[in-house]
Design a binder for this molecule. Sequence first.
Ligand code: 4NP
Length: 148
Amino acid sequence: MVCLGNICRSPLAEGIMLKLIKDHDLKITVDSAGTSNYHIGEAPDKRTVENARKHAIDLSNLRARQFNEKDFDAFDRIFVMDKSNLKNVLALAKNNANKEKVDLLLNSLHPGKNLEVPDPYFGGEQGFEDAFGMVYKACAVIALKQSI
Ligand code: 4NP
């Protein structure tokens, strides 16, 4: 799960997937990262943590890291939140096989529509709630596909 800072959208996606993996005993792993180095080592944004907590998702143990090209070897799928993240991740791909692993997260929910999870960082509380709804639904589809 990849966004820009790894403090709002992608840790949320990681935390939601961790909960779904635990609740449904799924045999998959998840991690998250940011394309930027802005917040390396930091906990998720307090507004994200608080919003997720309201939905019974705990993000407090997550810490930001930067996406790097080794992630293409470590993971089968790389989900990005917006088209800017997509461009930045694809720029690090070494080959077509790497590129084929990458997709916008919301394409799991709305295939082929290329919709983005808007960055809530500079906005108000509603942006975090909207991000939660979108990310949760997309993660539920990914989890469902893994369970059947
Ligand atoms: P994220 O949100 O990419 O969802 O973690 C952002 C976090 C920090 C910044 C931008 C977006 N920033 O500019 O510091």
